[in-house]
Design a protein around this ligand. Structure first.
Ligand code: GLN
Length: 279
């Protein structure tokens, strides 16, 4: 089979589930991965004949795409903040909104030295590792999932940074052992009632513990983290959160009631997605 024929097969099998631009992008990502070619080389080689092994890799990927599995889980990798990350079903696929949160933290802190940073609910480690790479900081990261931490540790190694990863249930913690200049978290914040508007690839494949909270206690992580931060944030320290856009006012009020001064920020899609809190 030739590359151009294979592409037609992909379009044919996926056209009911995805817009054509997305199919094109899946195909390119897979071709880069399985053929070791650049996007340009792929575009210039419609007549390329595929061997058995390559063909079976594409066919198994096609089956998984039909089940709406995210292409990043199929290739096992993604890009975040210009860095390469391994991803699997135990970790959320890093979102562009989270890159904006990381960028905010870096812009605020890039002139400072000897920072101590804590990332709570690190998942793939994308926030912790990007900050370790771009700031003069000692970084610690917690997650409740050992499987996620395993992936996060691989990502730190891949990106040649040291992050102290620890398995921990933040909700059971009474106090933090150390003090930090920056505490950051992108905790679970999606409510049951928001499920309907979620895409199948997220809902059916990404880790539920990383996404969902109880409808009637949706800010549980923000409350707990802000309480811990009340005593564990250093002088001039700051708390940075990724937040639920529909609960931005409630989240702001919550941290203000705990004595913080809050600043909300919109993401590229125009939604209030980030919050910074200082004492
Ligand atoms: N923004 C993510 C989504 O759309 C959710 C991230 C989170 O729960 N922390 O699925």
């Amino acid at each position: 089979m030739r590359l151009s024929q294979l592409k037609l097969q992909f379009i044919d099998h996926l056209k009911d589930g995805y817009p054509s631009k997305e199919i094109e992008s899946f195909f390119n990502i897979l071709a880069e991965k399985y053929l070791g070619m650049t996007r340009l080389e792929v575009a210039l080689a419609p007549e390329l004949a595929l061997n058995e092994e390559q063909l079976s890799a594409f066919e198994s990927a096609l089956k998984r795409l039909k089940q709406h599995e995210p292409v990043q889980y199929i290739t096992g990798e993604t890009e975040f903040f210009g860095l390469h990350f391994l991803v699997d079903k135990n970790v959320l696929i890093p979102r562009p909104e989270t890159e904006e949160l990381v960028d905010w933290i870096i812009q605020d802190n890039k002139e400072l030295q000897n920072l101590k940073i804590l990332d709570i609910g690190t998942g793939s480690g994308c926030i912790a590792i990007s900050l370790a790479k771009n700031l003069k900081a000692e970084v610690t990261a917690f997650d409740i999932s050992e499987a996620a931490l395993k992936t996060a540790r691989k990502n730190a190694k891949l990106n040649k940074v040291d992050v102290d990863f620890r398995k921990l249930d933040i909700l059971k913690l009474e106090k933090l052992q150390e003090r930090y200049d920056i505490i950051v978290s992108n905790p679970p914040y999606v409510r049951e009632q928001e499920k309907e508007q979620m895409q199948k690839n997220v809902l059916d494949h990404e880790p539920k513990t990383a996404l969902f909270v109880d409808d009637d206690d949706a800010l549980i992580f923000y409350k707990k983290i802000a309480e811990l931060a009340q005593v564990s944030l250093r002088q001039n320290g700051a708390l940075y959160f990724e937040i639920n856009q529909y609960l931005h006012e409630e989240t702001r009020d919550l941290v203000e009631n705990l004595g913080f001064e809050a600043e909300l920020k919109k993401d590229i899609f125009g939604n209030y997605r980030m919050l910074k809190a200082v004492r």
